[in-house]
Design a protein around this ligand. Structure first.
Ligand SMILES: [Zn+2]
Length: 65
């Protein structure tokens, strides 16, 4: 009996984990606050923009291999 391999369809079209604000970083904290404010008014575009900025914000002390 042949087995069909089907891809699973997730209900969420864009499942993307949100970045966390780096501890002690004022810029990240401000971005996170703006993200929550945008989410509160349903401004998804701004939420995504802030997530991108949070991901890209450099923290020179973080060195991982
Ligand atoms: Zn930061």
């Amino acid at each position: 009996m042949p087995r069909n391999c089907r891809s699973v369809h997730l209900p969420d079209p864009a499942p993307m984990p949100e970045p966390e604000a780096a501890p002690g970083c004022d810029v990240c904290a401000a971005l996170a606050r703006q993200r929550e404010a945008a989410r509160a008014i349903g401004d998804t575009t701004t939420v995504i923009d802030r997530n991108i900025e949070l991901r890209r914000h450099p923290h020179g002390t973080v060195v991982r291999t």
